[in-house]
Design a protein around this ligand. Structure first.
Ligand code: ADP
Ligand code: TRP
Length: 356
C-alpha cells in the first residue's frame, strides 16, 4: 500500500450545504477546489450528513444540496475533471465512521472547536456534533485523499483525521493514507462587512450569487473607522480594502493601496469600486448559474455519475479496513484490495440520497 509521500496526488474536500455560499467560502475554500482539479485526481462532495446536525427541514435540505451543486459547477468545478457527489450517496463512509469511532478517544473530540464552543456557550450538543470530526475523517480516508483544501477553521479536524488514521494503522497495519491540509493564505480569513471573520453565524456575509441590488446595499453599509479619509491610511488590515483586493485586478489593487496611503478621498468611493469589481469578478459564474438553473436534470446526472465513481473508491477502502480489523471472514486468503460485493456492485444513487 502506498505511503503518504509516494501516493499520487488525490485531492478531496467537502462543503456543507447550510446556506448560500459567501465570499469566505469561495475565497477560503471553493476557489482552491477549482484550482486543484487540474493538479490531480479530485473528489468534492456536498456534506449533507454534516448539515443534518443543523438543518432540520427535509425540503430545505434537499433544496440546499441541489443549490450547492449548481453553485459549485457555476463557479468552475468541472465534473469531467473532478468527481462531484453528495456525501450521503456513499453509505460506505458511514460504516467507515463506525470503524474509526472505535479508535477515537473521547478526550480528542472534547477538544474540538465546534463542540467545545457550543459547550462553552451553554448550548446543548448532540452526539452528531460531538462525533462530527470522525465522520469528516471517514470522508477523507475513504477516498485515499492526500491533500485536503480547507479554510483555517477546519485544520484541527484534519489533524484529528491523521490521528485516527495513525492509530488504526498502528493497530491493524497500513490501511489508510494520512492526508495533509492545504490552506490558501490570501483567502484564509476573509473579513465580513463588520470586519470580523465572514460567517453565516455573524450575519456579516457578502454572498456569491446575491441579488446585485441587495449586495450593493450591504457594501454601502460596510462599517469603516471614523478617521477621515483625507488622512493617509495603511491599507493593510483594513477590511474594506481586503474585500476589494479579493475581487480587483492586481493593477486596481495597487492603485487603491496608493490612494489609501496618499489619503484624500472618501470610503464611499472605495465602496463603489468594490461594488463594480465584485459584479465583474462574478459575472461569468452568474451567467453559468442562470443557465444551469434552467436544466435541473443536468445537475442530478452529474451527481449520480459522481456518486457511482465515489462509491467504487470508498468501497475499496472500506473493504481494506474491514479485512484489516477482522470483520471480513476469510480475510487472510482473499486479496486485500478486492472490493466486496456490495461495494463494487451497482454503484449509484442507491443510498439515502437516492430519493431526492
Ligand atoms: P460559516 O462560518 O459561514 O458557517 P462554513 O463553516 O460553512 O462557513 O465554511 C465552509 C468552508 O468555507 C470552510 O472550509 C471554511 O474554512 C471556509 N470559510 C468560511 N468562512 C471563511 C472565511 N471568513 N474566510 C476564509 N474561509 C472561510
Ligand atoms: N466540516 C467541513 C466544513 O464544515 C465540511 C467537511 C465535511 C469536509 N467533511 C469534509 C471538509 C472532509 C474537508 C474534508 O467546512
Amino acid at each position: 500500500m502506498a505511503t503518504e509521500s509516494s501516493a499520487p496526488l488525490r485531492v478531496l474536500s467537502g462543503i456543507q450545504p447550510t446556506g448560500r455560499f459567501h465570499w469566505g467560502n469561495y475565497f477560503g475554500a471553493i476557489r482552491q477546489y477549482i484550482e486543484l482539479q487540474s493538479a490531480g485526481d479530485a473528489y468534492y462532495f456536498i456534506a449533507d450528513l454534516h448539515a443534518l446536525t443543523t438543518v432540520r427541514e427535509p425540503a430545505r435540505l434537499r433544496a440546499l444540496v441541489h443549490d450547492a451543486a449548481v453553485d459549485l459547477v457555476a463557479l468552475g468545478l468541472d465534473p469531467d475533471r473532478a468527481t462531484l457527489f453528495v456525501q450521503s450517496d456513499v453509505p460506505e463512509v458511514t460504516e467507515l465512521t463506525w470503524l474509526l469511532m472505535t479508535v477515537t478517544p473521547m478526550g480528542l473530540l472534547e477538544r474540538c472547536h465546534a463542540y467545545k464552543d457550543k459547550k462553552t456557550r451553554g448550548v446543548a450538543a448532540d452526539a452528531g456534533l460531538f462525533t462530527y470530526p470522525v465522520l469528516m475523517s471517514a470522508d477523507i480516508l475513504a477516498y485515499d485523499a492526500t491533500v485536503v483544501p480547507v479554510g483555517e477553521d477546519q485544520v484541527q479536524h484534519i489533524e484529528v483525521c491523521r490521528d485516527l488514521a495513525g492509530t488504526f494503522n498502528h493497530l491493524y497495519g497500513d490501511v489508510f493514507i494520512l492526508p495533509r491540509p492545504r490552506l490558501v493564505e490570501a483567502g484564509a480569513r476573509v473579513p465580513g462587512t463588520d470586519g470580523q471573520k465572514m460567517s453565516k453565524s455573524y450575519d456579516n456575509t457578502l454572498d456569491v450569487f446575491e441579488d446585485p441590488a441587495a449586495q450593493k446595499k450591504k457594501i454601502m453599509r460596510i462599517t469603516t473607522d471614523s478617521r477621515p479619509m483625507d488622512q493617509p491610511k495603511d491599507p493593510l488590515g483594513d477590511h474594506l480594502f481586503d474585500l476589494f483586493a479579493l475581487v480587483a485586478t492586481d493593477e486596481e489593487r495597487e492603485a487603491m493601496a496608493d490612494l489609501y496611503r496618499r489619503g484624500g478621498f472618501g470610503y464611499g468611493e472605495v465602496k463603489k469600486a468594490l461594488v463594480e469589481a465584485a459584479a465583474r469578478f462574478f459575472a461569468g459564474a452568474r451567467a453559468r448559474r442562470a443557465e444551469l438553473e434552467r436544466d435541473p436534470a443536468r445537475i442530478e446526472a452529474i451527481l449520480a455519475a459522481g456518486a457511482a465513481r465515489a462509491r467504487a473508491q470508498a468501497g475499496a477502502v472500506l473493504d481494506r479496513a474491514r479485512r484489516a480489523c477482522g470483520l471480513a471472514r476469510g480475510a487472510s486468503t482473499a486479496p486485500p484490495t478486492a472490493p466486496r460485493g456490495h461495494a463494487a456492485a451497482q454503484p449509484g444513487r442507491t443510498g439515502p440520497g437516492a430519493t431526492r
